[in-house]
Ligand binder design. Structure first.
Ligand code: AMP
Ligand code: ZN
Length: 473
């Protein structure tokens, strides 16, 4: 089946046809590590995770790059305010980011380049822009991109001629389309940067935010690649400027498909740091919700539709997940002890097909959810009437497993293989037992149980079993 997505560049639905057959190369703008990511940011990362997983299920290999913006106006301001070196300031936010990604069951990308580790690549790219005559140095030693020299400037955002203030300059990393003007590629050092500066042919300074993504994406994915994503706020100026820098330097098309997710809002306004109306994943977990419930909420709407965050939505997610878990448990019970091969019943075919058709058409998650719950409804009805064979139950479980390769919150596996975190705990418990630290061993057993697993001590060592009717969170 074909995969189709809405391409922001063409404003049309298009079939995904990667430049290299069978292999999709995608770049996702990652976090600016000046604070903990908020769940609005995670809406974007979960959308990208669903995208990545769907492309894989469709049979493609994926190479995904997600960068860390660890030097820009915001990170520098944060480090200055706290009076610590930039590295020390950003490191804990990078670590927290991975922890949150794991809690939300977001698959790892293939590469996580940090901007501060790619300064030579950025300098090389700016050099090429000088050679092409589209970069110039200003009086203060900063380097700017001359938008008047790049014919396609404004194509992504669809700027009109009057919106482009040719000859004017903006130094900041973020600005409105009303101030579309020459933007900074390299910013000359000033006192506010403290000791953060690199040598360049244009003097000491630091890169602008946009050149970071152009340099890192092309380094890992090539000068032309397939997919580039982010939230809608990235379209302008960030992605517009990435296109200008990359295409002006290489003379080749930068990216085929641009995908952008709508914002997560709170009471009708965008969730953002500057408005102060944000929740981090920590805030959500501290109120007793799980990463699994947050994932459910954040991926439940179509990615191009605004989604409003509320704790009521998390409560509803908990109820829906309980329903899915109970269904999985009933199916497993039906299969238990039989030698069922697993073939899904005919009545389920339509719901199965609808699920995949919805996903493959621009990640229609709301429709995919509806198809899933129709199947659960009918399956439960048949189980109530004792009208579902073990073989059919096994077939439905296999379907749920397939769905979960994309959804990542069902955890309806029939095989009992705990994830790495649980395995580490089981190992630690075993070590504690061997050292006769019984209290510690018991504490770990309880912690493992809290996550939905029972440890049985057998002559071959400890064995983990998923608790009946529970999925880990
Ligand atoms: P930042 O750390 O601000 O560079 O943002 C990281 C990613 O989160 C970008 O792709 C943004 O477009 C996205 N983003 C920021 N705020 C929201 C929001 N409220 N809803 C959805 N995505 C967002
Ligand atoms: Zn970026």
């Amino acid at each position: 089946m074909e995969l189709r997505f809405y391409n922001t560049l063409s404003r049309r639905m298009e079939v995904l046809a990667p430049l290299e057959p069978g292999h999709v190369r995608m770049y996702t703008c990652g976090p600016t590590v000046y604070d903990f990511a908020h769940i609005g940011n995670f809406r974007a990362y979960i959308f990208e995770d669903i995208l990545r997983r769907t492309i894989k299920v469709a049979g493609f290999r994926v190479t995904q790059v997600m960068n860390f913006t660890d030097v820009d106006d915001k990170t520098l301001r944060g480090a200055q305010a706290k009076g610590v070196p930039l590295d020390d300031y950003t490191r804990p936010f990078k670590q927290a980011f991975f922890k949150d990604m794991d809690a939300l069951n977001i698959e790892r990308a293939e590469h996580y380049p940090a901007a501060t580790e790619h300064i030579p690549e950025m300098i090389a790219l700016i050099r090429r822009l000088f050679e092409k005559g589209v970069a110039y140095r200003s009086e203060d030693g900063s380097v700017y991109f001359n938008i008047a020299k790049f014919e396609n400037y404004g194509r992504l955002q669809r700027l009109n001629a009057t919106e482009m203030r040719k000859g004017a300059r903006v130094a900041g990393d973020e600005y409105e389309k009303e101030s579309a003007a020459d933007f900074a590629l390299w910013k000359a050092w000033d006192a506010e940067d403290g000791d953060v500066a690199w040598d360049s042919p244009w003097g000491r300074g630091r890169p602008g935010w946009h050149i970071e993504c152009s340099a890192m994406s092309m380094k890992y994915l090539g000068e032309s690649f397939d997919l580039h994503t982010g939230g809608v706020d990235n379209i302008f100026p960030h992605h517009e400027n990435e296109i200008a820098q990359s295409e002006a330097a290489t003379g080749r098309p930068f990216v085929r498909y641009w995908l952008h997710c709508a914002h997560l809002g709170v009471e009708g306004r965008k969730m953002s740091k500057s408005l102060g109306n944000f929740y981090t994943l920590r805030d959500v977990l501290a109120r007793g919700y799980t990463g699994r419930e947050a994932r459910y909420v954040l991926c439940s709407a179509h990615y191009r539709q605004a989604l409003n965050f509320s704790f009521a939505a998390l409560d509803a997610a908990r109820a829906s997940l309980a329903r899915l878990d109970a269904f999985g448990a009933r199916l497993r019970e039906r299969v238990a002890g039989s030698a069922a091969e697993g073939s899904a019943p005919d009545w389920a075919t339509a719901a199965k097909d609808r699920f995949w058709a919805a996903l493959f058409e621009d990640l229609g998650m709301a429709d995919a959810f509806a198809a899933l719950f129709d199947l659960v409804h009918e399956g439960n009805r048949r189980l109530d009437r004792d009208a579902l064979t073990a073989d059919e139950a096994a077939g439905l479980l296999a379907h749920l497993n397939a769905c979960d390769r994309v959804l990542g919150f069902l955890k309806a596996e029939t095989d009992d293989t705990p994830d790495e975190a649980i395995q580490t705990m089981i190992q630690a418990r075993q070590t504690a037992r061997e050292a006769k630290q019984w209290a510690e061993a018991d504490r770990l057993r309880d912690e493992i149980a809290d996550r939905g697993w029972v440890v049985k001590d057998t002559p071959d060592g400890p064995k983990a079993q998923r608790m009946a009717g529970r999925a880990e969170s």
